[in-house]
Design a protein around this ligand. Structure first.
Ligand SMILES: [Zn+2]
Length: 319
């Protein structure tokens, strides 16, 4: 499962200024390893002295990050055989997409006239659901080319970076970013681009891991939200709001949760602590995963009030 045998050399890294305020001065926050796949390397997160944004610094140069998105990370999204647990797994993945749909429809009911753009769409299952259930016109952008998956047939899939996509004069009623912004090498530029792509009365929904959360306090250097080296910035409530504000958005709502199951962070954080950077074998972890979920069910009913792991902003362009 681990195709890299040595840590990335220093020449593969670059130092970066704060994504929010541009300051170069920072203080160390935490070190991190690639706890999910166990690839070698130690990565540094810092806190900006200018504004308090937490981000990875130095970061891997863009041309060296791609290989970290291969292997397990994508393979598990495409894997369909989980043995006896296959129905449960499929239900869990389907629920995640249904929860996304439920969340966005609190702000914008989707229909056949809705133009939806999902940035960082990955395997595209959310778009496929919005298309199948609501008939929405759906477009996805991702730098991994997963356009060949069977359910992507009715999705306009754009392979590459958002910055390189030409949409002409097209506008979208809803732009979603589910766990994309924390991977972005230029989050402010992305948000500015989205601002220009939104139709009048359009909505933007952004979900990211929450730095000032219970799971970060529990796991610190093993917090799954660090996801080194892929995560470039880590957003507290305050910094997430500052980021969308600086990009010129008006905040409509802030949610101390998202569509992503916080239990995933509680479980994997504990596993990462025990494994100490050796990598998590998801195929083997799936039994304890669902067992733990059943045991914690009463607690998880309250997850929206516990500030466990995620948060979401809903924005529009000011009139
Ligand atoms: Zn800053």
């Amino acid at each position: 499962m681990n195709t890299m045998t040595s840590a990335p050399t220093p020449d593969r890294f670059e130092t970066v200024a704060c994504y929010l305020c541009g300051a170069r001065e920072s203080t160390p926050l935490t070190e991190a390893e690639d706890d999910l796949t166990g690839k070698p390397g130690r990565f540094q997160f810092v806190t900006c002295k200018g504004c308090g944004l937490a981000f990875q610094n130095p970061r891997l140069k863009a041309e060296h990050i791609g290989s970290y998105y291969d292997d397990e990370y994508i393979a598990h999204r495409k894997k369909s055989d989980w043995g006896p647990l296959t129905p449960l797994y499929n239900w869990a993945m389907g629920k995640h997409d249904r929860d996304k749909l439920k969340l966005v429809e609190r702000y914008l009911p989707l229909g056949s006239a809705t133009r939806l753009l999902d940035i960082g769409c990955g395997a595209g299952t959310f778009l496929a659901l919005a298309r199948a259930r609501r008939g929405a016109a759906v477009t996805g952008v991702d730098f991994k080319d997963l356009g060949g998956l069977p359910w992507m047939r009715d999705i306009e899939f754009r392979h590459g970076r958002l910055a390189d996509q030409d949409f002409g004069s097209r506008r979208f009623d809803l732009v979603t970013m589910w766990h994309f912004l924390e991977h972005d090498y230029e989050p402010l530029a992305t948000l500015a681009r989205v601002r220009g792509l939104l139709a009048e009365e359009g909505r933007m929904v952004v979900e990211v891991p929450r730095l000032d959360s219970l799971s970060f306090r529990l796991y610190r250097e093993r917090w799954p939200g660090l996801q080194a080296p892929q995560h470039t910035a880590l957003y507290s409530r305050d910094r997430l709001l500052a980021m969308v504000d600086k990009a010129g958005f008006e905040l409509l709502d802030y949610l101390p949760y998202g569509a992503f199951p916080p239990y995933f962070y509680l479980f994997t954080g504990l596993a990462f602590k025990l494994l100490k950077g050796r990598g998590l074998n998801l195929s083997r972890a799936i039994y304890p995963y669902f067992l733990g979920q059943a045991l914690l069910a009463p607690l998880l009913l309250l997850q929206r009030h516990l500030n466990l792991a995620m948060h979401t902003v809903v924005c529009r362009v000011p009139r």
